[in-house]
Design a protein around this ligand. Structure first.
Ligand code: GLN
Length: 488
């Protein structure tokens, strides 16, 4: 029998529908792959027994003709989504063995669609990071390697590594400033952050609520579309959830991009970006043109202020969201001499260095004397960035950029230099600030044989165009490279 872990999600769904194999067989093959891949450290919690039970239940449903969108597909969940009865710790010590009594809306949608859950994936602590090195559970190792261990990107490093190494058919992820797209770029996978409000935030551990958005990491653009169809949908429990229809995006894939105007923002050509990334971007423009699209130069003049604004707004919201971890309600408590001392000890021990840095920055920019100078100013920049995109949409229908300014780098290389680390997000944070959809598609390898991605950004709620353009890029790039399986 062929190796079932090499299938795409859509291939596996078709195979089960045709009776070629059962969900139990498919799930067993993925569990074996996960067990062999311990070195990648992609999972924090395994739920293999539960997965086999779910697979058997799915096979039984299929016999009765009950077939959901994700029926019987073994998938994995970023450990930021609360899962009923299964430990959820957000990559942090402070949550300890917190086991939610409820299910996040995104994973509830996927369960209702028949998903099988293999486990909870490693991530940067509270999704703060670009390399998965801030996790209290150790770094995730990128399946792609060149003589040394490389980071898979972050914060959804476990999701990206697990999909790239064929440990699951797809994974959930979240993106506050690039955490779906940058790891996708670093691992040769596809990752989409939809329009803010498409996926409910209910039951997902909060980082920066006005920027956080869930989305999938997958092997192909079509797989990402199928997963997003399941994850999305209106939810009255999230006041920012959008009450709009969920289109059949998987049907947008492969449709013609003839006449589509693709904007190329001049501000995204930045100093110090490797020539290979510029060259890949140029190739992307040529591919879109060959597919019938029109390339138009555009300007997004406030781009240079996006990162500083993001690194004020995100920590501000994080400092407020993380105030709830006081040692009284969940997880870790380190007793002190009085209540304040207990708070202090708990938070000092429970949070890692990057999270503490964000809380300090956030508290500072929100404090009475500095609010206007930092937080208010950052919000004004955010409005300018929204306007930049609104102006751009008058002359284009989608925007093409590189996803990240570098290929995956070595573990340990940037972890002690926060500013260098923050620069990773230069091409991704603008879409979070503006609430727009963005996808990363694997487009080529660099001279060291490491994957590089290109990003398509679309208008709010226009994932249809994003998927069309991404699928045209995917076809033209013909990216079929896979990492060597050194970890087995
Ligand atoms: N790397 C960015 C940060 O550290 C984005 C993280 C994310 O999108 N969750 O904040």
């Amino acid at each position: 029998m062929t190796d079932l872990t090499k299938l795409t999600l859509s291939g596996a769904l078709d195979g089960m529908a045709a009776g070629e194999f059962s969900s139990a067989e498919l799930t067993q093959a993925h569990i074996e792959a996960c067990v062999k891949a311990a070195k990648l450290n992609a999972f924090i919690t395994d739920t293999h027994e539960l997965a086999l039970e779910q697979a058997k239940a799915s096979d039984a449903r299929r016999v009765k003709g009950e077939v959901g969108l994700l029926e019987g597909a073994p998938l994995a969940i970023k450990d930021l989504f609360c899962t009923e009865g299964v430990k959820t710790c957000a990559g942090s010590k402070i949550l300890g063995d917190f086991t939610p009594t409820y299910e996040s809306s995104v994973t509830a949608n996927m369960k209702a669609d028949g998903m099988v859950m293999l486990g909870k994936l490693n991530l940067d602590e509270f999704a703060m990071g670009s390399s998965n090195e801030t996790s209290a559970y150790g770094p995730v190792i990128n399946p792609w390697r060149k003589g040394e261990d490389l980071v898979p990107g972050g914060s959804s490093g476990g999701s990206a590594a697990a999909v790239a190494a064929d440990l699951c058919l797809g994974a959930t992820a979240t993106d506050t400033g690039g955490s779906i797209r940058q790891p996708a770029s670093f691992t040769g996978t596809v990752g989409i952050k939809p329009t803010y409000g498409r996926c409910s935030r209910w039951g997902t551990v909060a980082f920066a609520s006005s920027l956080d958005q869930a989305g999938p990491i997958a092997k192909t653009v079509k797989d990402a579309a199928i997963l997003l169809e399941s994850m999305s949908g209106y939810d009255a429990k999230d006041s920012t959830s959008l009450n709009v229809d969920v289109p059949k995006w998987s049907e947008s894939c492969g449709k013609s991009v003839k006449g589509l105007r693709i904007g190329i923002p001049k501000e995204y050509t930045i100093e110090g970006m490797p020539a290979e990334i510029q060259a890949l971007w140029d190739k992307g423009m040529a591919w879109m043109k060959d597919a019938g699209a029109e390339i138009v130069p555009i300007t997004l003049p406030h781009t240079k202020y996006a990162l500083p604004a993001y690194y004020v707004v995100a920590p501000a919201e994080a400092s407020s969201n993380l105030a709830r971890y006081d040692g009284m309600r969940y997880g870790l408590r380190v007793d002190g001499s009085d209540l304040n001392d207990t708070y202090e000890r708990t938070r000092t021990e429970g949070f890692g260095a990057e999270v503490r840095r964000r809380i300090m920055i956030g508290t500072y920019v929100l404090s009475a004397g500095y609010y206007d100078a930092y937080y208010l100013r950052a919000q004004k920049v955010r409005s300018r960035i929204v306007e930049d995109f609104e102006t751009a949409w008058q002359s284009c229908d989608a925007i093409l950029t590189p996803t990240a300014p570098s290929a995956p780098f070595a573990v340990g290389r940037k972890v002690n230099d926060p500013v260098k680390m923050y620069l990773n997000d230069i091409f991704t944070v603008t879409t979070n600030l503006a609430g727009l959809p963005g996808i990363s598609v694997p487009a080529g390898l660099d001279k060291d044989g490491l994957p590089l991605g290109l990003q398509i950004i679309g208008r709010a709620l226009d994932e249809d165009t994003v998927f069309k353009a991404a699928s045209a890029l995917e076809q033209a790039a013909g990216f079929t490279a896979k990492p060597e399986m050194w970890w087995v």
